[in-house]
Design a protein around this ligand. Structure first.
Ligand code: PRP
Length: 191
């Protein structure tokens, strides 16, 4: 368990287990930034963050990059329960940028069922970028499903619901500096 001091007071009773500590997150993001730098050397890259979950990995990643980069964001909603998605995706906020001919790196916080990523990759490809790659901080194993390739991959996590470092439950816990699971009582209180 992380030091209590690093858990915002209001969340202290809610955390069950810390799966990825802040130091491991930062180290991995630094490694991913180095890979992106090596691959995009001499090119201009547009990072597209998927709101809201990707806001922290975007912030940390972009501050580590040495290559010429710009940022843009999309927001989409997938209908479903608060802990799983249904695959019906709707764009809530589109890009400000025309990506035709651009080198685009789509940045996701988590690939769970993969349905959001699948939708976004198809949608962005149809806009004819020069290249399109995906960075996902977290993913869950799902051998049954064919997913778009994730070129830059942070961590594979077990099939459990996680919060922190951008990820929420009912819009809370995004500000936790680590990836954690919640105690079952937290879900019961929401019902
Ligand atoms: C989460 C996450 C991914 C998506 C992954 O977003 O940020 O975009 O779900 O799920 P999938 O692989 O099963 O499609 P969410 O819809 O919870 O929105 P948020 O980022 O604003 O919390």
């Amino acid at each position: 368990m992380a030091e209590l001091a690093s858990i915002p007071t209001v969340h202290r009773d809610a955390i069950a287990e810390v799966l990825i500590e802040p130091e491991r997150l930062q180290t991995r993001v630094t490694e991913l930034a180095a890979e992106v730098d090596a691959d995009y050397a001499g090119r201009d890259v547009l990072l597209v963050g998927v709101l809201k979950g990707a806001f922290l990995v975007m912030a940390d990643l972009t501050r580590q990059l040495q290559v010429d980069s710009q940022v843009d964001f999309m927001a989409c909603s997938s209908y479903g329960s608060s802990t799983s998605s249904s695959g019906v995706v709707r764009i809530l906020k589109d890009l400000d940028t025309n990506i035709e001919g651009r080198h685009v790196l789509l940045v996701e916080d988590i690939v769970d069922s993969g349905l959001t990523l699948d939708y976004l990759v198809r949608n962005l490809r149809a806009r004819h970028p020069a290249s399109l790659e995906v960075l996902a901080l977290l993913s869950k194993p799902d051998p049954a499903r064919e997913r778009p390739d994730i070129r830059y991959h942070g961590f594979e996590i077990p099939d459990v619901f996680v919060v922190g470092y951008g990820l929420d439950y009912a819009e809370r816990y995004r500000n936790l500096p680590y990836i954690a699971t919640l105690r079952p009582e937290v879900y019961e209180h929401q019902r």
